[in-house]
Design a protein around this ligand. Sequence first.
Ligand code: FES
Length: 102
Amino acid sequence: MIDIGSINEIPLGKTKRIELGQGQRVLICNVNGELFAVDDRCTHEDSSLYLGCLKGEIIHCSLHGGQFNVKTGAAVAEPAEGKLKTYRLLLQDQRIYLDLEA
Ligand code: FES
């Protein structure tokens, strides 16, 4: 588990990008007070989803408009087709912990 910060750092409807090194990035998304973690890399052409827009549980890729459900990682609008990897989060004492094993 990796401590990635305070719950309060990610307001409703916003995202936070976590750099894990070696080019790996994870995006934490606040959907109506629930946090979800997905790879910060669009499966269409590797664009960062951090640059996109979160609307409800759907993140819109800024490059070509592909969309993903951040709860499941499923691609829900073309040209995105491949599923995003999702990660388990543990919340404890107002801190967010990312589980890279799951
Ligand atoms: S890079 Fe995201 S839809 Fe093309």
